[in-house]
Design a protein around this ligand. Structure first.
Ligand SMILES: [Zn+2]
Length: 589
């Protein structure tokens, strides 16, 4: 029976925000952190292996205890940010969290400073195995870390440097208002609203929405130019100070993906741009246009979209997982039956969707804003996949609980594929099949090809800034060149697109993050293709991959499911899966 209470039950964590249990937890942390500091500050280098192991385990236990009340506060606030009690609790937890991390920061720094022989003798200890990856994660930045007083100085000057430019970018972007005529009436729009008009049925509306959005950015070209130039110059100087060879290297070290694997990922992607071009031509045909403009890429291909009640959606998602593995179905179903999901949009509730994995001893929760569209249905499958991953990786201890960043989207995207496959297999109507396939293919194009275009642009921007200031004409030239490689002659870029780089916040907030999307999507396409080829024998390896959480590097984790990310053929396997989807689409025409 579907459960009809669609809010989550936070009493699974604490009885109430004013309960003595919560107060006892929150009230104990300052002392625990202070005791830990007294015991280990300035002493880590001198600990013998057994004592070091005990210290790490104590640190881990502290992290596990802290996760529960902090996540509880976050859940309450996300569900109702207008509630004064929740606001106060959330504020208290964030201040306490910051105090505690300042108290405990020394431990990471001293672990980073451990000499190589000390680290090696630690690794040889029979019980140290599960902490080696955690320590490596801290130690990998050691060659690029400066002296403590230099680090402090940099952090201090960042406030008026790189962080000031980031803030300027955010404030300017958030302040932009747009005016456009729609349905005979001229009115104001937010940027989000304009971008969602790219899904409008009218070609004219799509063109004007994209043009108005980008030209408004162009009016502030002087500011965007200063932000992009200074961010790149700042990074260039820091690269020099920290002895990095290339602008992308710090990101790759953080992701634990070798430089040449990233380069290979991108060049295989570029070699497959023809697949995207083929799709764009097919789509132009479906829209009865001679040629697609880049404002038409997300145009709807069917007049009316199908809607799903939440009960239907829940059933479909659970069944997709259950068909793959009955236990996966049970785990996903438990989110609904145990009320660990908040389903409907409300005033004061946070937007979007998320899955929150708390710790290996507390069950995860999901937040949705379900309105009944196919996109929303896919979002349930996506977040349920994260939730499943969080449950299965509870085999790990806290420091290995969270999957490494490039693998964090594995179970979620895999779950979406299971759902798409189920919908396609049960759908006879070619028009509905066509919409399903287009939605999936466009999703894949956006997370693979487009992210590679963005990364190539970003690389060129950083490299060219090294030899002088870039004008907006030059930035636009690089931008259009990289996009032109993807579109070829299959898509015409509208004139305002010369400002297409200026609103992408990843460039400002998380340098070179974009290729992680390509990595994740291709990994899942390859895994899914492997599953289709191997059937049941694929399943144990995939399960082990999910179970390992963050215990291993991305390459070692992928190897558990029989995938070698350093092998050139691997990435191509993902694109072969995309080619199959495009062939399936052609059959519906
Ligand atoms: Zn996700």
């Amino acid at each position: 029976m579907p459960n009809h209470d669609l809010t989550w039950n936070t009493r699974l964590l604490y009885p109430a925000p004013d309960s003595p249990e919560l107060e006892a937890d929150l009230g104990s942390f300052q002392q625990l952190a202070a005791d830990f500091r007294t015991a280990y500050f300035d002493k880590v280098a001198a600990l013998d292996t057994g004592a070091l192991l005990a210290a790490i385990q104590e640190y881990e236990a502290l992290q596990t205890r802290m996760a529960k009340p902090f996540c509880y506060a976050h859940l309450l606030f996300a569900a109702d940010s207008g509630n004064e009690t929740y606001r106060a609790l959330s504020q208290r937890c964030s201040e306490l969290g910051s105090t505690l991390s300042q108290q405990l920061l020394f431990f990471d720094l001293e672990l980073m400073e451990l000499s190589d022989p000390r680290f090696e003798s630690f690794c040889a200890h029979p019980e140290a195995g599960e902490y080696i990856h955690f320590l490596e994660g801290i130690r990998k930045f050691r060659p690029h870390t400066l002296k403590e007083n230099e680090e402090r100085l940099l952090t201090r000057k960042d406030l008026t440097g790189v962080r000031a430019f980031t803030k300027l970018f955010d404030e300017l972007s958030a302040s932009l208002k747009y005016r456009m005529e729609l349905d005979g009436e001229e009115r104001d729009f937010t940027g989000e609203e304009l971008l969602s008009l790219l899904h409008h049925t009218s070609p004219d509306v799509r063109f004007r929405a994209m043009t108005v959005f980008l030209e408004r950015h162009g009016e502030h070209g002087i500011v965007f130019n200063a932000v992009f130039n200074n961010m790149a110059l700042d990074h260039g100087q820091e690269m020099e100070l920290r002895s990095y060879r290339t602008p992308i290297q710090p990101t790759n070290i953080g992701n634990e993906i070798p430089d040449d694997a990233v380069e290979h990922l991108m060049s295989v992607t570029e070699a497959n741009y023809g697949l995207a071009q083929e799709y764009f031509r097919i789509k132009a045909g479906m829209l009865k246009m001679d040629k697609l403009r880049n404002c038409d890429i997300y145009a709807p291909v069917a007049e009316a979209e199908r809607n799903y009640t939440f009960a239907e959606a829940q059933e479909l998602v659970v069944a997709s997982y259950r068909d793959y593995d009955p236990e996966f179905g049970t785990i996903v179903d438990a989110f609904f039956t145990e009320r660990r999901v908040d389903v409907l949009p409300r005033t004061g509730k946070s937007g979007g969707a998320f899955a929150m994995g708390i710790s290996p001893v507390i069950p995860p929760f999901l937040l949705l804003n379900y309105t009944g569209t196919l996109r929303d249905l896919a979002t349930i499958a996506h977040e349920a996949g994260h939730g499943l991953h969080f449950v299965i990786s509870q085999k790990q201890k806290m420091l290995n609980y969270h999957a490494p960043l490039p693998l964090a989207e594995t179970a979620s995207v895999f779950g979406e594929m299971l759902l798409t496959r189920r919908l396609l297999d049960n759908e006879q109507d070619p028009v509905v099949r066509r919409s399903l396939l287009c939605a999936k293919i466009e999703d894949i194009i956006a997370t693979t090809f487009r992210q590679t275009v963005l990364t190539r642009f970003e690389l060129r921007l950083h490299n060219e800034r090294g030899s002088g200031l870039l004008s907006n004409d030059r930035i636009a030239e690089i931008w259009l060149e990289e996009n032109g490689k993807l579109y070829g002659d299959s898509v015409e870029m509208i004139p305002a697109y010369r400002w297409g780089w200026s609103y992408i916040s990843h460039f400002i907030h998380s340098r070179f993050y974009c290729y992680s999307y390509t990595f994740a999507e291709l990994l899942v396409l390859a895994l899914f293709q492997k599953y289709r080829e191997e059937g049941d024998s694929f399943k144990p390896g995939y399960r082990t991959l999910l179970e390992s959480g963050g215990a291993l590097s991305p390459a070692d984790t992928a190897r558990l499911a029989g995938i070698d990310i350093t092998d050139g053929g691997f990435w191509q396997k993902g694109y072969n899966a995309l080619a199959i989807l495009i062939e399936e689409l052609k059959l519906t025409l």
